[in-house]
Design a protein around this ligand. Structure first.
Ligand SMILES: *Cc1c(COP(=O)(O)O)cnc(C)c1O
Length: 389
């Protein structure tokens, strides 16, 4: 079986976790803050706050930007459902901006058109959540310019994209956003089993995120509302959650971070090899690379053109029947039963077309040339070929 993505764990990763198990703290010890410092330094950002997963990171990011009932949040329809659910957790409404037909990221042109219309009817979004699909950054400078003009905040859903860069600077530096979110799920670039991070340069946002991660509790003398009763005293000043990452996970994260550039390089090498092998196939579209970005290549998405030889569904089945766990990223969020009643597919023609053609081929550090050749061979087998053996 070849999965579409998987973790890379070495002996040193295992040792780092075992060391925490033998130490005084399993959670809320010294390791999580250390992991946060490493992430902040790597990304070139002031603050990093580690949480249980990217879903929680998106949730408290919306809350920290004061998203609530009556507010509107926009994201890309071609993403994991978590990119949209975070707004709904806060009581806000969600809407989608159709994708660019080349990068598959939120289209900046459609974003601007939609903002112009929204302004006319007084329905501007409070927050926009661009998603860096497959690890390739959205055009953040342009989105930032629009945010200045229309007054929305920006959360980058960079769940796919740690290790990637935009205009030669690391994704996560928040130069063009209020908050960036990363995921450390095992299929992503680095892993902490489950885990996520919010990065920000804004002290005020960081303080809010910090409180929301741990029950809305404060301990610092200067943050207390009432007079302290003694050294044991703390206060819950708002409704927060228990979204803390533990020290076992953070230790794994610190060690994984040592190899992040190697992982991204290897993913890029794999993508280049796929490109070479697939470039001349006339019924396939290989990933477009925006010259302003370096993708971390969380995903390698090809598009199978309809009505020319084999279609996507047949090819997908051929892969799965051969033990190759390709996938489709993603079913447009508005197509899920929970969302369907609120949206009309006709409003997102690029997302619809993409969804009818996309397949994510396996890509992860450790994928061998032999495995890749097996994958390519499946594509080369004629559609009507019957395996009679
Ligand atoms: C994986 C992913 C998430 C959720 O990440 P978790 O850490 O599993 O909660 C959110 N958004 C996108 C785009 C993702 O790919």
């Amino acid at each position: 079986m070849i999965p579409y993505g998987r973790q890379n764990i070495n002996e040193e990763d295992i040792e780092s976790v075992v060391n925490v198990l033998k130490s005084d703290f399993l959670t809320q010890g010294p390791i999580t803050p250390k992991f946060e410092n490493h992430i902040a330094k790597y990304c070139g950002v002031t603050h990093a706050l580690a949480v249980v997963n990217a879903t929680a990171a998106l949730h408290i990011s919306c809350l920290a930007l004061e998203v609530g009932p009556g507010d509107i949040v926009w994201t890309s329809p071609i993403s994991f459902v978590a990119s949209a659910n975070c707004a709904i957790y806060c009581g806000a409404t969600i809407d989608f901006v159709d994708i660019d037909s080349r990068t598959y990221n939120m289209s900046v042109e459609f974003l601007e058109e939609k903002l112009i219309e929204a302004k006319k009817i007084g329905k501007l979004p409070k927050v926009v959540i661009p998603v860096h699909l497959a690890g390739q950054s959205c055009d953040m400078e342009k989105i930032k310019t629009l945010s200045n003009e229309y007054g929305f905040k920006i959360i980058e859903d960079a769940s796919h994209a740690i290790g990637g860069s935009y205009k030669n600077e690391k994704i996560g530096n928040c130069k063009y956003s209020d908050i960036t979110v990363f995921s450390f799920h095992p299929v992503k670039i680095i892993t902490t089993c489950e885990g996520g991070v919010c990065t920000t340069n804004d002290q005020n946002i960081y303080n809010k995120l910090y409180k929301l991660r741990s029950h809305g509790i404060v301990r610092n003398q200067n943050e207390l509302e009432f007079k302290s009763d003694g050294l044991w005293y703390y206060e819950q000043v708002e409704l927060g959650y228990n979204f803390r990452l533990n020290d076992l996970q953070a230790a794994l994260g610190i060690n994984q971070l040592k190899r992040i550039d190697k992982f991204v390089e290897e993913r890029n090498n794999l993508a280049n090899r796929y490109n070479e092998l697939l470039r001349d196939k006339k019924d396939l579209i290989i990933p477009y690379q925006d010259q302003k970005t370096l993708s971390s290549f969380h995903l390698y998405v090809i598009r199978v053109k309809q009505n020319e030889g084999q279609d996507r569904k047949t090819l997908f089945e051929k892969f799965r029947n051969s033990g190759i766990f390709v996938n489709v990223h993603y079913i447009p969020i508005y197509r899920h039963p929970y969302y369907k009643k609120m949206f009309n597919e006709d409003d997102f023609p690029n997302a619809e077309k993409y969804y009818s053609e996309a397949i994510s081929l396996p890509i992860f550090p450790g994928l061998s040339n032999i495995q890749m050749d097996k994958i390519i061979k499946i594509i080369d087998t004629p559609a009507n070929f019957q395996n009679i053996f």
